[in-house]
Write a new protein. Structure first.
Length: 496
């Protein structure tokens, strides 16, 4: 069993430094260097050709849309755009790498020297971007048999090359230092902010659960106040915001325990296990020299004109921080309310819910309180819950129409999340509609008065506030389905 130091003790003894590498699959119609389609979920090995399979004699051609998307990403990250850059071959063997090299960029990236500001607990952290470079994705290995889904213990392995050659942008930060105990939270906020930025650019669907956005978390520790960088580990392919933070916290506790015991950190890749919340050793990490980079001889250099760069920059969407400030004003949220919205990663969901007809406060209430709680209980991201902004807006519309109340709305959420259908269908199937029929309400009121004669006497004496107790009794009697407003009217009519 791996020894761990408590996170607080680790922070008292060591300073963390992080570097984040985020791989983003672009949403181009075809692959990076050939005309194969990029649709997710197709039958294995049906979206391949001689080029993306690396067959002898095949030649690559650069996807122009991917070049444009890469530049737009770089500009949105405040990067410089190279006047001239080229692709290189990154050589290593792995079964899902059909050519035995990856066409990538090494020392000549298309975008470099940028930054992205992120907010954690009201504090702004600037994350410096070293580069954003273009490359192609690999295929996907499937290890069959065993209990872990990994190659160890598997009976055999299969390879699907549909993903091989899909355009990727890898965004690499410089070491993030000085964040202290907030370092894991900064990592999560950075990836969340980056995801929102990419969605706004419409260059990727950034579906982390489908692998179209993946994060490698590099982390090292150094003695408190030393101001140096320790030996780093790289936790590969973390595929949720929650896991980015959890993986960083785990590595802090693991490395701190090892260093405190007089051990040393091995520079290696590590695997993140979502189910157990731990990392395990992968392979010793290669340095750049081990990949034997050399310029790709089959591709011409990329030299975007300054006019093209200026045109793309002028067409960028509203900066993320400006947009959030505008939305806060439009929605009438306080600073604290907006901070909670950002922390819950609910800005886009609330925006879509409002567009579907909900009021801002109602949308915030459901996403930030009710649905965030459910996502935390299930251990998933808010965006992974099986409910859409349109469905949330419809549930609120049913409340506004008086068909259900807030208590019943939570049961409608239960049904929608359980896959029972659209909100109206759940209301009908579960019999959740509010009862407004005076006859049924009157019977329940009579039962409440008989059970609470002292309360009834107070109302007869003019103490109207006491009606709340009878209304509560009626609501309990009718399983929360009574129209509370009509119950109040009938109680006061009967007892005045």
């Amino acid at each position: 069993m791996t020894d761990l130091m408590s996170y607080d003790d680790a922070m008292a003894a060591f300073d963390p430094a992080m570097g984040l590498e985020v791989h983003v699959e672009l949403n181009t119609a075809t692959k990076m260097f050939c005309g194969c389609p990029t649709e997710f979920g197709a039958e294995p090995n049906t979206q391949t050709c001689p080029t993306c399979l690396g067959l002898p004699g095949s030649l690559p051609v650069v996807n122009g849309k991917a070049i444009e998307s890469a530049m737009r990403i770089g500009l949105a990250l405040n990067c410089e755009i190279a006047e001239w850059c080229r692709f290189a071959r990154k050589n290593y063997f792995y079964p899902d790498m059909p050519k035995n090299f990856q066409t990538s960029q090494y020392d000549e990236p298309i975008a470099f020297d940028g930054y992205l500001d992120v907010e954690v607990d009201g504090e702004i952290f600037r994350v410096d971007i070293e580069r954003a470079h273009m490359e192609e994705d690999t295929g996907k290995s499937l290890h069959v048999g065993g209990s872990t889904g990994r190659i160890q213990g598997a009976d055999y392995s299969l390879v699907d090359y549909n993903r091989a050659g899909i355009p990727l942008i890898e965004i690499v930060t410089r070491p993030i230092m000085g964040a202290g105990e907030k370092a894991p939270a900064v990592a999560k906020a950075y990836v969340a902010t980056l995801r929102d930025l990419l969605l706004g650019l419409d260059v990727s669907d950034v579906r982390m659960e489908q692998g179209s956005m993946r994060c490698d978390v590099n982390l090292s520790l150094s003695p408190k106040g030393a101001g140096t960088l320790g030996t780093r580990t790289e936790t590969k392919n973390v595929n949720s915001l929650r896991s980015v933070e959890r993986a960083a916290r785990y590595e802090v506790s693991r490395q701190a325990a090892l260093l405190a015991a007089g051990g040393s950190i091995l520079q290696e890749t590590r695997h993140w296990h979502e189910d157990t919340g731990v990392t395990t050793a992968g392979r010793e990490k290669s340095d750049a020299d081990d990949y034997r980079y050399f310029p790709e001889p089959d591709l011409v250099p990329v030299a975007p004109s300054r006019e093209w760069v200026a045109e793309l920059k002028a067409g960028l969407p509203e900066p993320l921080r400006d947009k959030r400030a505008r939305l806060q004003g439009d929605w009438g949220f306080t600073d604290l309310e907006m901070r909670d919205v950002v922390a819950s990663d609910a800005v886009g969901l609330i925006e879509e819910t409002i567009a579907a007809g909900s009021s801002p406060q109602a949308a915030r209430k459901w996403w930030v309180a009710e649905l965030t709680r459910r996502a935390n209980e299930d251990g998933v991201e808010l965006t992974e819950l099986p409910i859409t902004p349109e469905q949330v807006a419809r549930i609120q519309a049913l409340v506004d129409e008086g068909a259900i109340n807030d208590k019943l709305a939570r049961q409608v959420f239960d049904g929608v999340l359980a896959g029972e259908g659209e909100p109206d269908a759940v209301v009908a199937a579960r019999g959740l509609a509010v009862v407004s029929d005076d006859g049924a309400l009157g019977e329940a009121i009579d039962r409440a008065i008989a059970a609470n004669p002292d309360v009834a006497d107070k109302i007869r004496e003019g103490k109207v506030a006491a009606a709340g107790a009878l209304i509560g009794a009626v609501m309990k009697d009718m399983r929360g389905q009574a129209d509370a407003g009509r119950v109040r009217e009938l109680v006061l009519e009967k007892l005045s």
